[in-house]
Design a protein. Structure first.
Length: 609
């Protein structure tokens, strides 16, 4: 587990101020003596710096994220990668390059390299015995087992040697060479973490809210700043079970903690994106993740694709399109590269909490809280469209009438009390739809806006039932009536002329019930349920990257953050790493093409959710 320590920017400190101290004082119509003008300039600078310091002390402060415990919400030092097989972009953390040990090793490496350069230059005027000693020392430094080679090997251990694409499973090698000569491939540079603005006044007038991203003083070392997501409030008992957060008060039964719509969308992580198809897999006969579910030999219209599964269309009839998590394993890709047939190796997998940012193999945990997103294009006046998500063998459905836009939800036990709503999805048109089954609640978004239903879309079940829920992993093949969790997402159209594109399967954050028992360094124990009681003025915090976060689960001196240790709420990512010149789009001015050394990364700027 790694620490997430947002560092206040000391050198070249970025402080949001109401004025720029470098601005020159405004000239008036009167003539002033050089002495008076210089004095006013100094006074203006002093006032500006004073205001900036006051603003920093009481209102906002800039921090930089060094590590990845909050990925993918916030990025620490990382590499931006584009999969060479399918073209999907993703990120992998590289903060170990710049930890304290790495820095000391790099300093020692630089010292030895300077020494070696001096020895190579030679000292002609030196006595023969000194020149011979210099030669032996240079041979030692250059040898495969010498101190310089050993340092390079230790630094190589800090490198991210490979990364696995979350969309197609392809493994990308990020280093060149072997042994002491190993080094990073220059095509994959590392970038500094996100720079964020923290609202230090947020909790001066109001109390912290669940799911806020907060900056606080690390309870075990108050000089260190941490950043996590607040999940437990004072007076609660927080439970981690089956990947979800449960809370209770005064001995009552725990109830699942649900995310508001804006936090829900921000915390979803993409498992599959139909826009990115690996041509090598298709040439090898690897089946598409989305398939017409009627099975071979079915008659009548069915879902068809003309672009290798990036989009699907149906005209009339009744047909279901389903997703299977057919993610190739590294050994499948290795077999493909050896020219071996791999089509017969494809097997549906359960969706788990794999996080590409970590670039490490961790014990997988089945994730049942899923969401389905697609761009729906209707090309006729009628019909219905049903989206469904399977969790532990139970189907949760949203059906939309394409004539009047009426939507209704259904799930086991909801018969006779199905929530209903009106949506803008009616007639001919195009909409972006997201349907989520997260935290025992169904949510529908149309063009980014949540749809309000006429009754609650959630259900309360005991925490014991959630812990007892297991995935239905029976074989899932097209034509099956009950697909189970090996085919967890589906789209059914009836009497409609529709096209669906840009299909995405997403998952919720899975919180691992891991505990540091303090017996041996780094030894963690997983339990089905962890409980943490909080007293007045105490808060419980977790990282979004649960597999790589040292948070309230792991602290040995207490599992809470006291109220007086809270610094503020993370407000915006105001400066992610800049886009390098070779990635940026050239700007044309008067027929002249201008490519700046770097370009602001506008895509990742925005509010922290």
């Amino acid at each position: 587990m790694s620490r997430e320590q947002p560092r206040s920017e000391r050198a070249g400190r970025r402080v949001v101020a109401p004025g720029d101290p470098r601005d020159k004082p405004r000239e008036s119509d009167t003539v002033r003596s050089p002495l008076a003008s210089g004095r006013e300039t100094v006074e203006s600078i002093v006032v500006a710096f004073t205001l900036a310091l006051l603003f920093r002390a009481f209102e906002a402060e800039a921090f930089v994220i060094p590590t990845g415990s909050m990925a993918p919400t916030l990025m620490g030092r990382h590499k931006d990668l584009v999969c060479a097989a399918c073209g999907r972009d993703f990120r992998v953390g590289s903060s170990a390059e710049e930890d304290d040990q790495s820095q000391s090793l790099r300093i020692e490496q630089a010292r030895l390299e300077r020494e070696l350069a001096g020895l190579r230059a030679g000292r002609d005027a030196a006595p023969p015995e000194v020149r011979e000693a210099d030669r032996r020392r240079a041979e030692l430094l250059e040898s495969e087992r010498g101190p310089l080679a050993q340092l390079r090997l230790r630094l190589a251990g800090k490198m991210v040697a490979a990364a696995r694409c979350p969309n197609c499973g392809h493994v990308m090698r990020l280093v060149e060479g072997e042994g002491p000569a190993v080094r990073y491939d220059p095509r994959f540079p590392s970038f500094t973490g996100d720079r964020i603005l923290v609202d230090k006044f947020a909790y001066g007038l109001s109390e912290p809210s669940r799911w806020d991203v907060v900056v606080f003083k690390y309870p075990e070392e108050a000089k260190t700043n941490y950043i996590k997501r607040l999940v437990g409030l004072p007076g609660e008992t927080v439970s981690i079970s089956a990947g979800d957060i449960w809370t209770s008060r005064d001995g009552a039964e725990p109830r699942i903690a649900r995310k508001p719509p804006d936090r829900l969308r921000a915390m979803l992580q993409c498992v599959h994106d139909s826009r990115f198809v690996a041509p090598a897999l298709r040439r090898a006969g690897w089946p598409l993740a989305w398939t017409d579910w009627r099975g071979p030999g079915a008659e009548g219209p069915g879902w068809r694709t003309a672009d290798d599964g990036r989009s699907f269309a149906l005209s009339g009839g009744v047909a279901t399109l389903r997703y299977r998590h057919l993610l190739p394993a590294p050994e499948d890709w290795a077999a493909l590269e050896q020219g071996e047939p791999i089509a017969g190796r494809a097997r549906p997998r359960l969706i788990d909490d794999f996080q590409p940012y970590n670039a490490i193999a961790t014990r997988p945990h089945w994730v049942g809280d899923l969401a389905l997103a697609c761009t729906l294009e209707t090309r006729g006046p009628g019909g219905t469209l049903t989206l469904d998500l399977v969790e532990a063998g139970r189907s949760h459905r949203c059906t939309i009438d394409l004539v009047d836009g009426a939507a209704r939800l259904a799930w086991p036990g909801a018969a006779g009390a199905e929530p209903r709503a009106k949506t803008p999805v009616r007639g001919r048109g195009s909409w972006r739809i997201l349907f989520a089954n997260v935290d025992d609640e169904l949510t529908l978004f149309v063009d980014g806006r949540p749809v309000a239903f006429d009754r609650p879309t959630l259900w309360d079940r005991p925490i014991d039932d959630a812990e007892a829920s297991l995935p239905d992993d029976r074989p899932a093949e097209p034509g099956g009536i009950d697909p189970g969790d090996l085919a967890p997402a589906g789209i059914t159209a009836a009497g409609a002329d529709v096209r669906v594109a840009d299909l995405q399967v997403l998952r919720d954050v899975y919180y691992i019930g891991a505990l540091d028992v303090g017996t041996r360094p780094g030894e963690l124990v997983e339990r089905e349920r962890l409980e943490f009681p909080l007293e007045a003025g105490q808060f419980f915090v977790l990282g979004d990257n649960s597999a790589a976060s040292k948070d309230s689960r792991m602290w040995l001196t207490g599992h809470h953050v006291d109220r007086d240790l809270l610094i503020g709420r993370a407000l915006v990512i105001f400066w992610p790493h800049a886009v390098p010149a070779n990635w940026s789009v050239p700007v044309k001015i008067g027929g002249i093409e201008l490519r700046l050394p770097s370009w602001p990364n506008f895509a990742r700027m925005g509010f922290v959710r």
